[in-house]
Design a protein around this ligand. Structure first.
Ligand code: PTJ
Length: 246
């Protein structure tokens, strides 16, 4: 039992959740490693939503509001950390939810689908009928009525080359990735360098605030290269400041 007064309470709760969902068979073994990598980067940005992330979250909500067929792609870690909030966001943004796994097994897909059903949502899951061209692995398996025809895809916790392949198909890709140096972060159209659960909560709030006209204005002013650069600068500056403390 972690006491609420622990300075890293939120982070430790998330870690416990990931382990619990790993034991349930929803999170992949490699998902534990991915989570640890995320924790390290979250430490570097101060475990808070920083201004560069908030700007990207505003742009992401705007992009999804202006899309005709937005899709939220979910994997094991996303299901473990925030299935309920993903359902809420999908309703606010009129987006479909589709399971897309790197370590794809029928068992994991079914467990994830069951988890979303708890929140009253049937997600696109078990029988994909299309493929993302140019991708060798399981992440290429998609639904013709979901990711395949989507104009915008939100990809939290991605593993790299799918972002590139989705962009080649002409889609807009929004990534949530704590590592601003990852291929996904650097390839996406909108890169949210923030912890997944904080990002989704913020996006839920923003979805209630941002209207269509404002969304157009936000996107006109948005520059993703600048956002990635701000996030790297932030980490750099923070490390420099901390090194001076000793
Ligand atoms: O459930 P599956 O089978 O699809 O497998 C999913 C994993 C996560 C194993 C797979 O996508 C993978 O291997 O991912 P990577 O390549 O380790 O990349 C995950 C990225 O997400 C890394 O850059 C991490 O820093 C980042 N990350 C991890 N946890 C979080 C995160 N970013 C935001 N919020 C987090 N909670």
């Amino acid at each position: 039992m972690i006491p609420k007064s622990h300075p890293r309470y939120e982070s430790l709760k998330k870690r416990e959740k990931i382990i619990r969902y790993y034991k349930k068979g929803i999170v992949a073994e490699a998902g534990l490693i991915a989570h640890g990598r995320g924790e390290a980067f979250d430490y570097l940005i101060g475990e808070k939503t920083q201004p560069f992330a908030l700007k990207a979250e505003r742009a992401a909500v705007s992009q999804m509001k202006l899309s005709l067929s937005p899709v939220i792609s979910v994997n094991g870690n996303v299901t473990a950390l925030c299935a309920k909030e993903i359902v809420e966001l999908s309703k606010l943004l009129n987006a479909k939810i589709e399971v897309n796994l790197f370590y794809r097994t029928k068992k994991r897909i079914n467990l994830i689908a069951r988890e979303f059903k708890k929140y009253g949502v049937e997600i696109l899951g078990t029988e994909p009928d299309a493929r993302i061209p140019g991708l060798e692995h399981n992440r290429s398996l998609v639904f013709s009525g979901g990711i395949y025809k989507a104009d915008t895809v939100l990809v939290p916790l991605e593993d790299g080359d799918r972002t590139m392949a989705l962009k080649k198909m002409g889609k807009r890709v929004i990534a949530i990735d704590l590592n601003p140096l990852s291929r996904t972060a650097q390839t996406a159209d909108i890169t949210i360098v923030d912890e997944l659960t904080r990002a989704i909560k913020e996006m839920i709030n923003l979805s209630k605030e941002i209207g269509i006209e404002e969304a157009k204005r936000i996107l006109e002013d948005y520059n993703n290269k600048r956002i990635i650069s701000e996030s790297i600068e932030f980490i750099n500056k923070r490390l420099k400041e901390m090194s001076l403390l000793f």
